[in-house]
Design a protein around this ligand. Structure first.
Ligand code: SF4
Length: 424
C-alpha cells in the first residue's frame, strides 16, 4: 500500500511528518508520489490565508484518488471546513496528531480482517496526547535529523493564529532531549535541527534554550552539528547567545522580526524592542564569520504608515540580512488584530511587500558573492546536492572516482555561485 505525506508550514510540521513517514515505512507502506498513493496525510498550516487555500486545493485534488487524513494547525481551527471538502477526508486534531504514529499498524490489521481503507481509518481509536511522541529516529525525506523540543506559545501576537491552534508553551525535559539527541547521533547523523513553535520559549525547570544547548553540546561528540530552526527575539538572552560561538553551532540563524517600527511592534503585541534585535544580530556576527541571518517580515501590519514602513526598510537594509521572508499582512479570523481598520490598503501593502522582496534579492546576492572562495562545509542530501553550514543550497564536487554519501559532511572551497559548488 502506498502513502504520500504532504507538509505545509514550519519546520516543526516537517519534523512531525518525518516521524509519521517513518512509522508507515516500518509497517510496510511504500512512500510514493501523491498520484500513486492510496492514502495521503496532509499536515496543514494556518499561518497565512494562502497556506490554508493551498491546503484546501491540494486536499480536493488528493481526495479524487486517495483517502486523505488531515491534521495540523489549519485542520485544528477549521475542522468542519476541512471535513466538508470531501467524504474521503478524516481530520485528526492536534491533540490526536501523535496517534497518527499508531495508525499504520492499525490499518494493516484492519485491512487483513477485511475492512476497506476508509473503514480502517474510521475504526481507529485516537488516544495519544503526548506532543513529544514524535521522535523520528530515522528520517526518510531529509539527511539531517529534526528534534522537537518545544510546542505551543504563551504570547498572543496580534496577527498570529498558530498560538490559538497549538495552545500554551510546553517543553521536552532536558534529559529526554539529550537522550534523543544521543540516539540520533548513534544512528550516524551529523546534524540536528532543534525545532519548536517558539523555540526560544523553551523552559525546563527554569533553564532556557541556552541551558539546554549547553547540555547538548556537552553530551554530543565533536562531529555533531546543531542548527536552530528559528529564534523569536523576546526570549533570546546572553546565555543562549554565548552558545553560538561553539564551532558545532551552525552559522545560520532565523529571526522573525516582522517589523522594525516600535509603534507597529507594540500594536501587534510583539514583546521586544528593535535595539534588542540589533543586540542579537551583533552577537551573532561576533560569534561566527559572516553568518547567514534570515528574517521574517510582514508588510502592511496595522499601524504601518509610510514612516513606519521606511523605518523597517532602512533597518533591514542596514543590518544586511542574507534573506528576508516577506509576508503581505492578511487579517486572520480569531486574532486580536482581525477587525482593526488602521492598515494600508491592499495595493499599498503589496507594493511594500514587493520592495522588501527586491531588497531581499539584493542582499541575498551580496551575501552569496561574499562567500566565493571561502572554505565551507556541505551536508549531502540527495545525489551531489546539499546544504552548506551557512544554508546555501548547492552541490559538492569530489575528486574523480569518489561518490558523495548521503548524510555526510564534506569540506571544500566554494568555487562557483551560479550555481553554488563546493569543491573538495
Ligand atoms: S511568538 Fe507570536 S507569532 Fe510566534 S507563535 Fe507565539 S504568538 Fe505566534
Amino acid at each position: 500500500m502506498n502513502v504520500y505525506i504532504y507538509t505545509l508550514g514550519c519546520r516543526l510540521n516537517q519534523a512531525e511528518s518525518e516521524a509519521i513517514a517513518e512509522r508507515f515505512q516500518q509497517e510496510g507502506f511504500r512512500l510514493s508520489p501523491w498520484d500513486e498513493a492510496d492514502l495521503v496525510i496532509v499536515n496543514s498550516c494556518t499561518v497565512t490565508a494562502k497556506a490554508e487555500q493551498k491546503a484546501r486545493r491540494m486536499i480536493r485534488r488528493f481526495s479524487e484518488h486517495s483517502e486523505v487524513v488531515v491534521t495540523g494547525c489549519y485542520a485544528e481551527l477549521e475542522s468542519s471546513e476541512v471535513n466538508a471538502l470531501s467524504r474521503k477526508v478524516t481530520v485528526f486534531s492536534l491533540k490526536e496528531k501523535a496517534s497518527l504514529l499508531s495508525l499504520p499498524e492499525h490499518i494493516v490489521s484492519a485491512l487483513s480482517s477485511g475492512l476497506t481503507l476508509h473503514d480502517a481509518i474510521l475504526s481507529f481509536t485516537r488516544r495519544s496526547t503526548d506532543l513529544f511522541a514524535f521522535d523520528a529516529s530515522s528520517f526518510q525525506y531529509h539527511s539531517r535529523a529534526y528534534l522537537k523540543i518545544q510546542d505551543g506559545c504563551d504570547n498572543s501576537c496580534g496577527y498570529c493564529r498558530t498560538t490559538i491552534a497549538r495552545g500554551p508553551s510546553v517543553s521536552l525535559p532536558a534529559e529526554e532531549a539529550v537522550r534523543r539527541a544521543l540516539e540520533i547521533e548513534a544512528k550516524g547523523f551529523h546534524e540536528i535541527m532543534l525545532t519548536g513553535v517558539n523555540l526560544t520559549m523553551y523552559d525546563h525547570d527554569g533553564d532556557g534554550l541556552g541551558g539546554l544547548i549547553e547540555k547538548l553540546l556537552a553530551s554530543l561528540g565533536g562531529g555533531m552539528r546543531l542548527r536552530l530552526s528559528s529564534m523569536e527575539p523576546d526570549h533570546v538572552d546572553d546565555r543562549l547567545l554565548d552558545t553560538l560561538s561553539d564551532s558545532r553551532m551552525q552559522p545560520h540563524f532565523h529571526i522573525p522580526i516582522q517589523s522594525a517600527s516600535e509603534k507597529v511592534l507594540t500594536i501587534a503585541s510583539r514583546r521586544y524592542s528593535i535595539s534588542h534585535v540589533e543586540h542579537i544580530i551583533k552577537r551573532m556576527r561576533a560569534a561566527k564569520d559572516d553568518p547567514f541571518i534570515a528574517c521574517d517580515v510582514i508588510a502592511g501590519l496595522p499601524g504601518e504608515g509610510e514612516k513606519e514602513f521606511e523605518e523597517t526598510y532602512d533597518f533591514l537594509d542596514r543590518n544586511d540580512f542574507s534573506a528576508m521572508h516577506v509576508f503581505p499582512y492578511s487579517p486572520r479570523p480569531g486574532t486580536p488584530l482581525y477587525g482593526m481598520k488602521n492598515r494600508a490598503e491592499e495595493r499599498v501593502r503589496d507594493e511594500r511587500a514587493e520592495r522588501l522582496r527586491e531588497l531581499s534579492a539584493l542582499h541575498s546576492r551580496r551575501y552569496l558573492e561574499r562567500q566565493k572562495g571561502k572554505r565551507l562545509e556541505i551536508l549531502v542530501e540527495n545525489g551531489c546536492e546539499g546544504t552548506t553550514g551557512n544554508y546555501l543550497k548547492g552541490s559538492v564536487a569530489l575528486p574523480e572516482g569518489r561518490v558523495p554519501v548521503r548524510g555526510m559532511i564534506y569540506e571544500g572551497i566554494l568555487s562557483s555561485i551560479d550555481p553554488v559548488v563546493i569543491e573538495v
